[in-house]
Ligand binder design. Structure first.
Ligand code: GLN
Length: 283
């Protein structure tokens, strides 16, 4: 393995940082051999088969084109759980784990009903289902590949969430839901003009549908979801969003204007406004 590792380091140098390269190497061997971190460290002297060497070469060639490792390997991890990761479906992000953690901490109520809007891989919905006891979790998405992937991920994690088709902008198909305790969403929030500062691996490989909003309507999805939540949340129910760091104040104001109470803005681990949570208190 030593020689294989040295050659990956050499091929990827200059394209990825040293730290990134080491994580990539571990992920490759985890996938190829099923090794844990310790097994990987102990296996340095093992010989690699011809097939393994060819597979590594293929992976490295794709990495050199900036293709995300999650798509190359077909899987990733979110909140300590495994997820299939395929093109057309946004790769789960660490910031979103922070949102999930907040919701879990704040909602250990008995058997809540939760809806995740624009679920992608299903990562938020499944992580909540696995960590909030007796929760019923419904996830929706407009994209067929997301619906299929979220269902596969639910099976992979024995989560038993329901995944349904729903276009939140057009509001079709019409859906009728039980009264909800929690609505959560990480909708598209990157403005078209922000493309210039984005990395190749995101821009060239990840789905535009999950990422972008028109410059002139940055809160498009948030407004729709807030209206939807007003109709479908029970009295005292909560709404949570992941947000664009540039729109913390606009987002909290919009929620207050729409009648939500207790609106809280939270920063992510990098100190950026990233999450909003609020409650619906009906008169
Ligand atoms: N945080 C993601 C990114 O910057 C965007 C996720 C989203 O639009 N919901 O790539």
């Amino acid at each position: 393995m030593k020689a294989g590792i040295a050659s990956i380091r050499k091929e990827l140098a200059g394209i990825y940082s040293g730290g990134e390269i080491e994580s990539l190497i571990f992920l490759i061997f985890e996938k190829l051999k099923g090794y844990s971190r310790t097994q990987y460290l102990l296996a340095a002297d093992e010989k690699l088969s011809e097939e393994e060497l060819i597979r590594i070469e293929e992976i490295v060639a794709r990495l050199k084109n900036h293709e995300p490792i999650q798509y190359i390997l077909g899987e990733t991890e979110f909140y300590g759980l495994p997820f299939y990761s395929v093109p057309g479906v946004l790769i789960p992000r660490p910031e979103t784990e922070e949102l999930v953690q907040w919701i879990i901490q704040e909602n250990q109520l008995p058997a809540p009903t939760i809806l995740d809007m624009g679920t992608g891989t299903g990562c938020i919905a499944i992580a909540l289902r696995k960590n909030i006891l007796k929760s019923t979790v419904i996830a929706c998405d407009v994209s067929p590949v997301c619906i299929e992937t979220a269902r596969r991920n639910s099976d992979l994690n024995s989560a038993g969430i329901s995944v349904i088709e729903y276009d939140m902008l057009k509001q079709i198909p019409e859906i009728s839901l039980p009264e909800l305790d929690i609505v959560v969403s990480n909708p598209p929030y990157v403005r078209e003009t922000e493309k210039v500062k984005m990395e190749k691996n995101v821009l060239e490989y990840e789905p535009e549908l999950a990422l972008f909003v028109p410059d002139e309507r940055p809160l498009l999805f948030y407004e729709r979801i807030a209206d939807f939540a007003r109709k479908n949340l029970r009295n005292g129910g909560r709404l949570y969003f992941e947000i664009n760091e540039a729109f913390g104040h606009e987002c909290t104001e919009m929620l207050q204007e729409k009648g939500f109470s207790d609106v809280k803005l939270r920063k992510d681990i990098h100190g950026k406004d990233r999450m909003v949570g609020c409650r619906l208190l009906k008169a």
